[in-house]
Design a protein around this ligand. Structure first.
Ligand SMILES: Nc1ncnc2c1ncn2[C@@H]1O[C@H](COP(=O)(O)OP(=O)(O)O)[C@@H](O)[C@H]1O
Ligand SMILES: [Mg+2]
Length: 230
């Protein structure tokens, strides 16, 4: 068990009214440091649910998840919130930017939430703005940006604290195909530049192909033979 992310027999059920649905039905996976893994499957197959469990945004009904060898189910709420602030970055389909903050302040938000000193991040912020191509737009607010530009802000925000892992839920799912391709290319490029492990979920074979590895999921089960290098 050497992976940076390991899932063992992970199950997740949701109760809705009197019935219970089994959304994840025994997931085992191992992701190595530096990999760019695409979890691919149709809508409703359980991709987001799995990503949220791997990122400790939710807890499994049973089974174990280890990040860097640490069983995340054993973490206190305080430890989980520290883990979210420092060790992982999230990128969501709809960007989740704060509308009344400009580009720079959106990127710096994780630093403020962690009570860091903005002055310590001046160089890193400048480097990230350059990496995502938004130096000229640093004072713009989200409404003045295209969807692709907004997602570039979210990518920089995910990297500002220098976390080990980036989790991305359909990161280009809301973009047209030209900006989708651009943003996916950028995500791959910056993740290599900053040496991050990336786990993205997508329903698109084309976007899954940006990964170094594709894991196929269907009806809450990983499909055999899904661990081939792409
Ligand atoms: N909080 C929840 N309560 C009840 N059902 C849920 C919840 N979250 C997800 N589901 C169900 O789990 C299944 C998988 O959802 P999800 O992980 O979002 O799939 P995907 O991201 O692959 O489209 C869907 O049928 C969805 O309705
Ligand atoms: Mg989803």
């Amino acid at each position: 068990m050497s992976g940076i992310i390991v899932a063992e027999s992970v199950r997740k059920n949701f109760k809705t009214g009197k019935s219970e649905v089994e959304v994840l039905r025994g997931i085992d996976l191992e992701i190595q440091k530096g990999e760019f893994v695409s979890i691919m499957g149709q809508s409703g197959s359980g991709k987001s649910t799995l990503l949220y469990l791997l990122g400790a945004l939710d807890r499994p009904s049973s089974g174990k998840i280890y990040i860097d060898g640490i069983d995340i189910s054993g973490m206190s709420d305080r430890q989980v919130s520290r883990f979210h602030r420092r060790d992982v970055g999230f990128i969501f389909q709809f960007y989740n930017l704060v509308p009344n903050l400009n580009v720079e302040d959106n990127i710096m938000l994780p630093v403020l939430l962690d009570h860091g000193r903005p002055g310590d991040y001046t160089e890193r912020l400048a480097g990230l703005l350059e990496s995502v191509g938004l130096e000229e737009k640093r004072r713009f607010t989200p409404r003045e940006l295209s969807g692709g530009q907004q997602q570039r802000v979210a990518i920089a925000r995910a990297l500002i604290m220098d976390p080990e892992i980036i989790f991305a839920d359909e990161p280009v799912g809301n973009l047209d195909s030209k900006s989708g391709t651009d943003v996916m290319g950028l995500l791959k490029e910056v993740s290599q530049k900053y040496e991050k492990t990336v786990v993205q979920v997508t329903h698109s074979a084309e976007y899954a192909g940006y990964g170094t590895k594709v894991i196929n999921i269907k009806d809450g089960v990983i499909q055999p033979g899904a661990f081939g290098e792409s």
